[in-house]
Design a protein around this ligand. Structure first.
Ligand code: ADP
Ligand code: MG
Length: 233
């Protein structure tokens, strides 16, 4: 068996202190195989976003461990942590997080800027990513002027530009109409299948969850069910 890309062991995460302390994750364990697609599902407030933030190393657990490619991530801090995140992960969140006043291309190449890639190479890779998402003609447009579906495709282009191993998507179709959501969904699964990018998606959408190799059901901070089977890497 190859090393899982993520190994999550007995992870806990609380918010607040004393009387107001709330345990959002109460001991969660599972592995993610490289190249698989996983849906994290459950009611609002069950701990899905908390879990995704931990997996994406945007937040750290209070107890338990998360290993990335077999290496414990607890020791990662500062520049090394940022570099690991920037190099290994792509993010597709419901709220886009685009800078409206900047051009589409500028938004897409931001991760390359952070990685210290030179201007010419940034432009080349940014345009290639936009090409893949069928948005090359919008490169110079201000992000604010795009439709919701176009914005989400820009977000996917930005997630791709660093050639990530894992794409994290939190309700990626949540702000889109059904038809546009389906297009965005198809793009994510194409990236998963054809480029072998591991896909971890938080969703309320049952059809989207059904398309994933596995579904992890969270209730009140615990995993209550895992369905499906991991793909052989
Ligand atoms: P989900 O994404 O499944 O809706 P979350 O992971 O966002 O759930 O939240 C899980 C629980 O933790 C909720 O009860 C939420 O209110 C609480 N929570 C989330 N973030 C914070 C925070 N920063 N401070 C306090 N409580 C929080
Ligand atoms: Mg959430």
């Amino acid at each position: 068996m190859p090393t899982p890309i993520l190994q999550v062991r007995d992870v806990h995460r609380s918010y607040g202190r004393g009387q107001t302390r709330f345990e959002a994750l109460k001991g969660v364990s599972f592995d993610v195989a490289e190249g698989e697609s996983i849906a994290i599902i459950g009611k609002s407030g069950s701990g899905k976003s908390t879990l995704m933030h931990l997996l994406a190393l945007l937040d750290a657990p209070d107890a338990g461990s998360i290993a990335l490619e077999g290496v414990d991530t607890a020791g990662l801090r500062g520049t090394r942590l940022n570099r690991t995140r920037n190099k290994t992960f792509g993010f597709v969140f419901q709220q886009f997080f685009l800078t409206g006043a900047n051009s589409v291309l500028e938004n897409v190449i931001l991760p390359l800027k952070i990685a210290g890639v030179g201007g010419k190479e940034r432009r080349r890779r940014g345009l290639a990513a936009l090409e893949q998402l069928d948005l090359a003609d919008k490169a110079k447009n201000k992000a604010v002027n795009l439709s919701g579906g176009q914005k989400q495709r820009v977000v996917i282009a930005r997630a791709l530009v660093n050639d990530p191993r894992i794409i994290f998507a939190d309700e990626p179709t949540g702000n889109l109409d059904t038809a546009t959501g389906a297009v965005v969904e198809d793009i994510l699964f194409t990236l998963n299948r054809e480029h072998g990018i591991t896909l971890i998606v938080v969703t309320h959408d049952e059809d989207l969850a059904a398309r994933c190799d596995r579904r992890i059901v969270i209730r009140d901070g615990r995993i209550v069910e895992i369905t499906g089977s991991a793909v052989a890497a």
